[in-house]
Design a protein around this ligand. Structure first.
Ligand code: BGC
Length: 256
């Protein structure tokens, strides 16, 4: 098993890539704190915990808004209290909503940056303190191909993911001497609830598929496998970089 005995925290783990990653981590022997945002997601988070370990020893759900400093501090403290430490943090929580830049309300801009970028910072700062004391740890940030591919209508989202790229590289340099790795995973188009607006529209779905050399959306489990490998000792020499898992989308197949 890749992650036997690892004590892990995965944000936004009640659905999509976070959920698949939590279940994969559980199957690889890890203990998992399944973070979720708000009450409506609680049943899904509880179901993820039950899938990992019906006895409840190796999994618990924790509600926290990753953009809220106090809630993040409380969440990391709960992980350390429950599991005795924290070995792996997966900053997965993220939101997106299409709006033309010239019509984008400041509130929406702030909300996306707050969850996708500030949330990752707060969680890695708090978890990183414990990892630094233990002189070991891995931080995996869920980025996107949009950390380098511009995406009209998603300036806030692209800014957050572009920010994650240099956040990760900088943190990787700062924390390497402390035995901590920091890596990004950049998924392309994955069949998760965040993409319902495209998956439910056959024409839009086809347009996206044409942008992917492998010709299909990825599955959340295909991202989870990459995260599990990076978080394990197998990924020991990987830090400060981005692993792209996108079916070839970033080769720009529509560019002639
Ligand atoms: C977004 C998806 C999008 C994909 C490829 C991801 O980061 O969350 O909505 O389909 O990038 O464009």
């Amino acid at each position: 098993m890749l992650l036997d005995g690892r004590r892990t925290l995965i944000t936004g783990a009640s659905s999509g890539i976070g959920k698949a990653t939590a279940i994969r981590f559980g199957a690889e022997g890890a203990s998992v704190c399944v973070n979720y945002y708000a009450d409506p997601e609680k049943p899904d988070a509880d179901a993820v915990c039950a899938a990992i370990d019906p006895s409840g020893k190796r999994a618990f759900a924790f509600q926290a808004d990753v953009g809220d400093e106090q809630q993040v501090t409380a969440m990391v403290a709960a992980v350390v209290e429950r599991f005795g430490g924290i070995d792996v943090l997966v900053n997965n929580a993220g939101i997106e909503k299409q709006v033309a830049t010239l019509e984008m309300p400041l509130d929406l801009w702030n909300a996306v940056l707050r969850t996708n970028l500030t949330g990752a910072f707060l969680c890695l700062r708090e978890a990183g303190k414990h990892m630094a004391a233990a002189k070991s740890g891995v931080i995996v940030n869920m980025s996107s191909v949009h950390e380098f591919i511009p995406w009209p209508g998603f300036a806030h989202y692209c800014a957050s993911k572009g920010g994650l790229k240099l956040l990760t590289q900088t943190v990787a340099r700062e924390l390497a001497p402390l035995g901590i790795r920091c890596v990004n995973v950049a998924p392309g188009a994955i069949a998760t609830p965040i993409n319902t607006f495209v998956l439910d529209d056959p024409e839009a779905k086809h347009t996206v598929e044409e942008e992917i050399p492998l010709g299909r959306f990825g599955q959340p489990e295909e991202i989870a496998g990459a995260v599990a490998w990076l978080a394990s000792d197998q990924g020991d020499y990987v830090t400060g970089t981005t692993l792209v898992v996108d079916g070839g989308m970033s080769t720009y197949p529509k560019f002639i």
